[in-house]
Design a protein around this ligand. Sequence first.
Ligand SMILES: [Zn+2]
Length: 426
Amino acid sequence: MQFDTSYLNKTPNKTARNTTSFKPEFVILHETAGYGSLEWNLRPEVRSSYNYLIARDGKTYHYVNEKSYIAWHAGVRSWARGYSGGEINVYAIGVEVEGPNDGTPITTAQTKALVELIRYFRDTYAIPINRDYFFAHSTVAPGYKDDPRGYSVEYTLKLLDESSLPSTGPRPNTLGAQLRNEVYKLAKGEYRPDWMFHQYAFKNKLGSPIRVGMDFSVKGVRYTGEVYGRDVIISPYNQWDIVLRANDLTDQDVYNALMQFTYGALGVDYRPDQAFYQFISRPPRKLVGVPLGNSSRLQAGDGAAYAAQLFSLDALYTPIAATGTTNWSVVKQLSAIVAAQNASAADAALRETINRAMYSRINTSFDAKLPFIKKALEANLGAPLSSQRRWSYRNNEYLYVVYAGDTLFALANKPAEVRLLSEQAD
Ligand SMILES: [Zn+2]
């Protein structure tokens, strides 16, 4: 970790240590309650200091070297640990985070720097990251000190515990990263280029996010997961380098539990006894994506009836005989009709009906000649997840439609020049 040392040990408000092997016992976290503290605490009459200060921009100053000096940042009337007066400073490191201490949240850059600094203390001094070692000033001096008010010590420690959760790093101001953010926003998330799920999804072309931030437990293991148009990905808690894809899960119990959770999150009935579910869930699994709704009765243009279920990348169906009976052992995929060289008239009518149903979900009429729809069919992007939306970026107006398999976009004044978001780097 990099520290700015331009103020290091310049304040007179410190006491030399009489040991060369100082090991801090805990860390006290403060907020400055004002600005200009780096200069202010150089004045002898102020009679206070601290070991580190994190400025609004996240720059971290090493102010008093804790190995050589005791900084004067906290005094206590009494504390459960038995310290009194300024004695607490002998054993503690004092960290100031710059802020008004009126409840205004500290900046994202400060949160990030604070997390890094706590990690540095752990690595340098073997201070365990938990609430027995990190204290708010208000905790050790209750009743007369109320800092910090701009951040929660407990929450900050939680961020460290889950250190690979979406980071607070900047998102590049590129077309790719910004449009991806629009797509994540539709899934009620936010695009984090340094979050491993988002990197994984981009690298492996998993298509568009449908649901982000699912937490669930299976067989005593806690997971977090995200649903994409082409697959669901999960990671065991705090083992963020492991990403598992639903379609690759070898443990059928884990797969079923994940699907039960995913169906629930998508508002679809989970019916493991149903023919459609059994068709897709048995290995080798069918790459149909995730369900967009329950199965329902469809009537094709030629009058034939089907039981059908729409998935993000495909649709499953089975004919309903004129007598009203259904042979559930016969499950077919829309993609087979699409792939067929010469579809029968009945299949063509069904394909048209399913396409209409997919587009009516987003209140759009299906017209295979329109540039976006044409491109989506050519590129096998599956179902549209959004209607056509407008977006402006660097003084240009764009149109885009989120599909399960990718997002299509074009300049508003050149709507026929359709591009794939997956081909745009950050
Ligand atoms: Zn304080």
